[in-house]
Write a protein that binds this ligand. Structure first.
Ligand SMILES: Cc1ncc(COP(=O)(O)O)c(C=O)c1O
Length: 392
């Protein structure tokens, strides 16, 4: 299967033919947003330059203020909490479940303070958290739910697509994601006011744009009496070229997601009947879309064994695979924030999120974006052989 097909090429060429003329400069953005919202049965989709910008936008659009707090997992790409910090808001890091690797509802509850305004879940590695429990907590404490689904397009929870649970939900179209346009992002919400705010925030604070209106009209901007900016906004707009490619990917999304899942199934079979690599477990009701195939290396000495297993796998012909990111609070960026941003009460010291720290040292993330499944099968055989050899 092709990662990028003739359909994306056709749309990108059409966008080029439109030559970015003012009258045609949101043709593909409009189509993409409409079809994306329809796919999820949601009212509003708002395109963005990337999936970090969307998270920043989401926190800002919810009106969460400096000094207030949003709870997010520590085990995720730093963009999740960057989105919070970029809005001047304090992140509070919650721990993950040791078996599902997802943000744990119990840990979220322990992080709540009078300043908490929202929970940001991350549907990690194409799996998803226990939304039932998390939504119950949000309801009980009057908190918003922001979903970061950069890695989970096409995953489902109890039959419903991930992205339909939160007040606002974010996706990324960066190169490794299920759908890609190189760089890109999308927000989804059913709330008109929130959609209006999000659009304005990412579109330079123009007063006349909104949930489904991406551009200011020419008549308005040509009028010397016209005030354009009702607030200070960022320029997080998606380009027509990005939108054209993303539209093609969206229309092919079923086959693209099916390919990620097919790769995962092949790895699933390769790790049966052994205890060295423990694959990520889906929470009850979760039908994952497998952004990657994640396992924990079951060892007491991860510092040595992670590298030894990786080296043996590659010596046997295995493709390089990823580790987990450092936990967000372990990164220098966040260690420095402790001193720079007032009101942060967590220590950011070792032991803050013990399960996440355990998982981070042991994580093995195998690629699931083989567009030729025979290549994936060959990798799975190498994995099987490496597991055998490593245990001898
Ligand atoms: C969980 C998560 N959130 C946010 C992002 C940021 O998305 P982008 O790279 O489009 O900014 C990523 C990955 O790139 C991610 O994996």
């Amino acid at each position: 299967m092709d990662r990028i097909s003739d359909l994306e090429r056709k749309y990108v060429n059409e966008a080029l033919d439109n030559a970015f003329a003012t009258s045609k400069n949101s043709v593909f953005n409009t189509r993409l947003e409409k079809e994306f919202a329809q796919k999820f049965g949601m009212k509003y989709a708002i395109g963005s330059s990337n999936g970090t910008a969307t998270l920043h936008t989401a926190v800002a659009a919810l009106g969460i203020k400096p000094g207030e707090e949003v709870i997010a997992p520590a085990l995720t790409m730093a963009s999740s909490s960057f989105g919070i910090v970029m809005a001047g808001v304090n992140p509070v890091f919650a721990d993950s479940d040791r078996e599902t690797f997802q943000i744990s509802a119990e840990s979220i509850e322990k992080c709540i303070t009078p300043k908490t305004r929202a929970v940001m879940t991350v549907a990690l590695y194409g799996f998803c958290p226990d939304y039932d429990k998390i939504l119950e907590i949000c309801k009980k404490h009057g908190l918003y739910l922001i979903e970061d689904n950069a890695e989970a397009f096409g995953a489902r929870y109890k039959g419903r697509l991930v992205g339909t649970f939160g007040d606002i939900s974010s996706f990324s179209f960066q190169a490794s994601k299920h759908l890609t346009t190189g760089e890109g992002g999308m927000l989804l919400t059913d709330n008109l006011e929130l959609a209006d705010e999000a659009r304005r925030f990412g579109c330079l604070g123009y007063g006349s744009v909104g949930a489904t209106k991406q551009k200011i009209t020419r008549n308005d901007i040509q009028d010397p009496a016209y005030f354009r900016h009702v607030s200070v906004g960022f320029n997080y707009r998606m380009s027509e070229l990005q939108a054209a490619c993303a539209l093609g990917q969206l229309e092919r999304s079923d086959e693209l997601v099916a390919n990620f899942k097919a790769c995962a199934k092949i790895f699933d079979e390769a790790v049966q009947g052994q205890n060295l690599l423990i694959p990520e477990k889906a929470p009850e009701g979760c039908d994952p879309s497998y952004w990657t195939y994640c396992c924990v290396l079951n060892t007491d000495n991860p510092q040595k064994d992670w590298y030894a297993f990786r080296d043996l796998f590659q010596k046997n012909g295995g493709d390089p695979y990823y580790a987990a990111w450092k936990l967000s609070y372990q990164e220098p960026a966040f260690q420095n924030i402790v001193h720079a941003q007032p009101g942060i009460w967590q220590s950011y010291e070792p032991g803050l999120c013990p399960n996440s720290e355990y998982l981070q040292l042991r994580m093995i993330q195998l690629k699931t974006n083989y567009w030729n499944l025979d290549e994936c099968k060959a990798q799975a055989e190498i994995l099987h052989k490496t597991i055998d050899e490593f245990q001898r």
